[in-house]
Structure formats: C-alpha cells, structure tokens
Design a protein around this ligand. Sequence first.
Ligand code: C2E
Ligand code: CA
Ligand code: CA
Ligand code: CA
Length: 279
Amino acid sequence: AKNRSASAWCFFHEGMTFAAHERLALEARLRKALELDHMRLFYQPQIDLATGRLVGAEALVRWLDPEEGLISPARFIPVAESSGVIGPLGLWVLREACSQGQRWREAGMPDIIVAVNVSLHQFLLTDIAGATAEVLRETGFPASQLELEITESALATQPEEALAVLKRLRELGLRLAIDDFGTGYSSLAHLKRFPLDLLKIDQGFIRDIPHSTDDMSISSSVIALGHAMGLKVLAEGVETREQLQFLQQKGCDYMQGYLCSRPLPAADFMQLLEKTHAG
Ligand code: C2E
Ligand code: CA
Ligand code: CA
Ligand code: CA
C-alpha cells in the first residue's frame, strides 16, 4: 500500500509540473498576443422577445492566433484570471467594445446596448469603476448604452465589497447584469440589495427544455423571481423554437442564442443591425 501511494504521488506531482509549465507558457503567449493586437471581439445579438427586435450585443473575446486560429475564451480567461493578465485584457475588452459601439453610433446605426463581461478579479481587485469612467470619456460612448455583466458567483464571493463596487458603477449611469444566474448560490437577501437591471438565466437551465420538467420549473421561477425584484430577464443559449416559445409564454424579456445568431465579427453584426432595422 505504501508503494502504491508513493507512485501515485509521483504521478500526481509530474502531472502538476506539466500543468504548471503549460500554464506559464500560455500566460506568456497571452501577454504577447495582447501586445501584438491578436485579440478580437465577437458580438452576439440580444433580442427583445415581445417585439422581435435586436436590442443589444454581448461582446465575447476571442484570441486570433496566427497559427492556431480562433482560440476560445474558455481556454484563456481562467489563465488570465489567475495570472493578473485579466487586468490589461479586461481593459482592452472594455475599450474595444465601447469604441465599436461608438463607431456604430457614428455610422448612424440604431442605439443598442453593448454588454461587456467583467470577471471576478477584474471586478473585485481592479478599479473597475474608475477604468470604466475613463473608457467612456475616451470613447464618447454613452454610459446608458453600456451594460456590465458580472457573474452571480463573483457577486456571492464578497457581497459587501461587491455592493460597494456596484453602487459606484451605477453612479456612472450604466446598466448592470447578473450573469450565469442560478449557478452561484447568491442569497436572495443580498440580491435584493444589489442595484441590478438584468438577470441572465444560465444556459444550463435552458438546454434541456422542453425535455426536463425540472429545468422548465427552474427557468419559469427565475423569470418570476427576476420580475418580482423589478429586473428584466434574459435567457441565454436558446437553440430551439420550443425553447423560444416556452420563454415567451413565461414572459421572459430577452433572449440570446444560436437560434437567432452565433456571436459575429463586428462587420457582420453591423450588417445584421442594418438589415433588421431597415424599413
Ligand atoms: P458567457 O458570458 O456565459 O457567454 C455565453 C457563452 O455561450 C459564449 O461562449 C457564447 O458564444 C455561448 N453561446 C451563445 N449562444 C449559445 C447557444 O445557443 N448555445 C450554446 N451552446 N452556446 C451559446 P464563449 O464566447 O465561448 O464565451 C465563454 C465564456 O468566456 C463566457 O461565458 C464568459 O464567461 C467568458 N468570456 C467571454 N468573453 C469574455 C470577456 O471579454 N471577458 C471575460 N471576463 N470573460 C469573457
Ligand atoms: Ca456573459
Ligand atoms: Ca452567461
Ligand atoms: Ca456561462
């Protein structure tokens, strides 16, 4: 038994070394990519379920590597988070999204909301309110058209600190959304005190509608809960007509998902924006 645990430890140890090495390499590549301007934002439409209109865009970052092609944020956001690269990366995302939003305005596009993801460390460990104020000033993009998405788990980690940051952001006049709702164990007592505008139902609760009666109950409860707290509710990851119909029936306000569109490069998104609002 002693031998076995010794070799198990060796195996584990080697595995960790490899993982740590890979992580460092990825971190260095990520810093370099940011410097070389290899990051891109894609935009996924947000649709008003009552009118069918395109009312917003969620900015989603991708890493365009010359050799590997597009790299998913699922692969590098966690590394960025734990290494501190999230500071400069998050700032780049915010600045790029607001500049793009302002370019659409200048091109005569209808006013839409631009939603930007803010990660846990960016939210709690950087001066996000100061940075946002600065970016809005620099780009000229109106605060009223900017929405920041903060995950439920980030808000639940340190609710008192979170409340203070949310209040400062709210004072800038922008909108606040709680992302991945239903996955983060935030207490309703805290939620009620947070100055929020929108609750985004995590796509994990939408995926198995209409086959999972549990997920249907959860989603309709979350819609009712959001409305009871005076919030709008958006469902993410909507892929089928049945899901759309269910959400409409339950009075969900907005949707986002492949049924309507995948995240698009800025130029393609603008074409969609022009087309859907023409006539
Ligand atoms: P998220 O904020 O929950 O974003 C939604 C994810 O679901 C996006 O993945 C989007 O492409 C995907 N999605 C949208 N519609 C559908 C659908 O109908 N079906 C399915 N299966 N998926 C759909 P993406 O772009 O790969 O981003 C993954 C995660 O990476 C995001 O999850 C977010 O947590 C993080 N992320 C992306 N961009 C940023 C960023 O700029 N900053 C930060 N901090 N995190 C980001
Ligand atoms: Ca999001
Ligand atoms: Ca989400
Ligand atoms: Ca998610």
